[in-house]
Design a protein around this ligand. Sequence first.
Ligand code: AMP
Length: 213
Amino acid sequence: MNIILLGPPGAGKGTQAQKLVAERGMVQLSTGDMLREARKSGTEMGKIVADVMDRGDLVTDEIVIGLIEEKLEAEKGAGFIFDGFPRTLKQADALGALLEKHGQKLDAVIEMQVDDAALVSRITGRSTCGDCGEVYHDVTKPIPADGKCSKCGGTEFKRRADDNEESLKQRLMEYYKKTSPLIGYYYAKGDLSSVDGLASIDEVSGAIAKVLD
Ligand code: AMP
């Protein structure tokens, strides 16, 4: 089963993707994570995308489509969760073509609905475990009192360079201009389901499970 988690930055796509990986053995394909890896490794591509990401702009379609194509060929599992991809109509068309080429199809697109006011506090309070990527939040899911990640025991936590109010404004602008048209695109294809992304983490995953089962 292959699904897309669609929603603005801070909607909870990464958190829900991690739960689906743990519970269903699916493979999370997050273009944001792939791009952060690329910039850490200091490759030519990493250097090109670093500034773009910190500003909150979108990286070119060619780069992210190339990353997804590589992963579709390399990874195997009980289906893919596309997290943060596609973000433009061109990427959506490319994903359809790539899945077809690999004899696969898209089973569901889940739109995680949240209002903008909630996103600022979600994004600015966010941190992740430096070892396993588990997502924490200062208010809703604080780092355990012993300072150890509840999933892997890691003790290093980091905040993303683009998780600040200034970048978020631009990321939201990009979302509404370039990504939100995908809601109509997938609705017209009959693939779209929407869940309330403001509910608790477990309620959201329950709503997603209902769609998938
Ligand atoms: P994310 O972790 O999904 O919030 O992505 C972080 C940043 O990576 C975005 O603000 C973009 O700069 C870049 N990015 C991630 N996925 C894509 C994509 N599918 N298309 C273009 N840029 C992307």
